[in-house]
Design a protein around this ligand. Structure first.
Ligand code: HEM
Length: 185
């Protein structure tokens, strides 16, 4: 997993929970890399799992809630770090539909060894998008947070429903339906 995900995570932990908590979880997670991440490095995604488990132990917050909050934070950071990827898109659903076909492809040009999830999208109506997330990393909580962060970024309100799948690679369906009162926006 790319270092930028780790550097964003450790920066979020430090700013929300403080340096001591960050220091403690890095120590307790017993990380093969030692926890000295650089944005361009590549690290075992298991290190992220270890860090989040330790963060959960240190804060008393559940792992899924922490991953989801991180996903939302990450979207806002991506919007700052990669403004060109968002420029030209005016709606959250339009953007989400382009993650698979455009955004993550651009990411692969920047980081050829990136290990990205796969999304299968389906428009139910022009106000409702279904996304099936496939990844052996099982970061569906992060995906949900990213979807929520995307909605916040575009200032849109939607109902996000999540339905776990039973396919071999654990596809998880997200149904994102714009709120009725968003029609006038
Ligand atoms: C400007 C927007 C975005 C950028 C620049 C971006 C970039 C990236 C990068 C760099 C990674 C790490 C790849 C690796 O570690 O090898 C990643 C992973 C991921 N991205 Fe995106 N992404 C964006 C938007 C989104 C959105 C909106 C979603 C959800 C719908 C999403 C879902 C994910 C997930 C869940 C992962 C974790 C890896 C996995 O689950 O297999 N991304 N993305």
């Amino acid at each position: 997993m790319k270092g930028i995900i780790f550097t964003e995570f450790t920066e979020m932990v430090e700013s929300v929970f403080g340096f001591d908590t960050l220091d403690t979880i890095i120590e307790r997670a017993n990380l093969p890399s030692g926890g000295q991440y650089t944005a361009v490095g590549t690290y075992d995604h298991g290190e992220m799992v270890s860090l989040v488990i330790q963060l959960s132990a240190a804060t008393g917050m559940e792992v899924p809630a922490l991953l989801k909050a991180f996903g939302t934070h990450l979207f806002h950071r991506f919007a700052k770090i990669y403004p060109d990827m968002i420029a030209g898109e005016s709606s959250a659903l339009g953007f989400l539909d382009r993650v698979e076909t455009h955004i993550h492809r651009e990411v692969l040009k920047l980081y050829p060894n990136a290990e990205l999830p796969r999304f299968e999208n389906h428009w139910v109506t022009d106000r409702e998008l279904e996304m099936v997330y496939h990844s052996n990393k099982h970061f569906e909580d992060v995906a949900e947070g990213l979807i929520l962060g995307c909605l916040e970024h575009f200032n849109e309100t939607a109902e996000v429903t999540r339905i776990p799948g039973d396919s071999a690679d654990g596809g998880v369906l997200f149904r994102v339906r714009l709120a009725a009162d968003a029609a006038a926006v």
